[in-house]
Design a binder for this molecule. Structure first.
Ligand code: GDP
Ligand code: ZN
Length: 331
């Protein structure tokens, strides 16, 4: 963050500065440069070029496929003055994409350099929907991103009941945070795991995502409104993901993305779905058939584990249901 000089070693002009892409709609991107100031920048023409091994994009959306929210870039003042240009996109350390890396056609990158996916549900109002939670978790796993769960509004049901409901997820290895913005419970733990990281926030509306962030980072709401507004006024109606810098001593960002819902839109293959359920992994290597789908095969160690209660039956039902859906969507 403070290595202003380092940016110049990347071979771009001596006036280049390092920054992070916070948002953008097609042509114009909002970049937070290393001193925390915000600039609007356009992508240099040569960076828009399609790599030759990629199929032509069918997208009319300009450089959206090339650059993503969360990308670290070098920007420099444009020769024409007053404006900024993105002259280099630095290598990504991770991504949340609609297609697995190396999938041939251009990836649909929702956000770059993501550290974790944080899925927020309410203990009640709205009632938690485990199948939806499982979808979010599968998307995180398919992108090889760490995932965590926040169960907010525990004040409405009491902690024991909330715990009981999410035990299968804790047993599967996911960290589960129980919070109440109303009572101020669990906020320190959430703050500690957000600080210094890039977290994609997902979850149904009304579960308290904004309340939670505002309670942890007082004053954030104003800045969220500010950023959303300026990004929204672009010419496109669909707004992509948005990075919100956290006022935490360790830094960090929350990525707010509207497009994390339908699993059918994500290019996951049915054969690799079992890997996306971490609690299946110890058993799936012990099935009689190496290509066991854990549906109808004899000698399936996964089904045996479900029968014994070692794998949660509802989670396994989610696996079967998603497998069905993905099987139909395959092309
Ligand atoms: P978002 O759509 O996920 O951003 O949810 P909001 O932050 O807008 O919250 C939705 C509603 O839930 C609001 O009326 C909040 O006051 C309420 N709410 C948020 N957190 C809690 C909580 O911990 N307990 C209770 N009882 N209500 C909450
Ligand atoms: Zn099996």
């Amino acid at each position: 963050m403070t290595d202003t000089g380092a940016a110049n070693t990347h071979g771009s002009g001596s006036h280049s500065r390092r920054g992070v892409v916070l948002g953008g709609t097609g042509g114009s991107w909002r970049v937070r440069v290393d001193d925390s100031s915000l600039v609007e920048a356009t992508l240099r023409g040569r960076l828009k070029r399609e790599p030759s091994n990629e199929a032509p994009r069918r997208d009319s959306d300009g450089d959206r496929l090339k650059l993503a929210v969360g990308d670290e870039v070098l920007v420099e003042p444009d020769a024409r003055g007053g404006t900024w240009a993105i002259c280099e996109i630095l290598p990504r350390r991770s991504r949340l994409a609609r297609r697995a890396p190396g999938g041939g056609y251009g990836e649909r990158i929702v956000a770059a350099n993501v550290d974790q996916v944080v899925i927020v549900f309410a203990a009640a109002k709205p009632e938690p929907h485990p199948r939806m939670l499982d979808r979010f978790l599968v998307i995180a796993e398919a992108n090889e991103l760490a995932a965590r769960i926040i169960v907010n509004k525990v004040d409405l049901v009491g902690e024991p009941s909330a715990h009981e409901r999410f035990t299968p997820y804790e047993r599967a290895g996911y960290p589960v945070h129980f919070t109440s913005t109303k009572r101020g419970d669990g906020l320190d733990g959430v703050r500690a795991m957000l600080g210094g990281r890039v977290s994609v926030f997902a979850g149904p509306s009304g579960v308290g995502k904004s309340s939670l962030l505002n309670a942890i980072f007082p004053g954030l709401s104003l800045r969220v409104g500010e950023i959303s507004e300026s990004v929204n006024k672009g010419r496109h109606t669909t707004v992509g993901a948005l990075m919100i810098p956290l006022p935490d001593e360790n830094g960090g960002y929350v990525v707010d993305t509207p497009g994390l819902r339908e699993i059918g839109m994500w290019a996951l293959s049915a054969e690799h779905l079992d890997v996306c359920f971490p609690e299946l992994r110890p058993y799936m290597t012990q099935c009689r058939f190496a290509d066991c789908t854990h549906t109808v095969e004899p000698g399936c160690a996964v089904k045996d584990a479900v029968d014994r209660g070692d794998i949660d039956a509802a989670r396994f039902q989610s696996y079967l249901k998603l497998r069905d859906e993905l099987g139909q969507a395959e092309f």
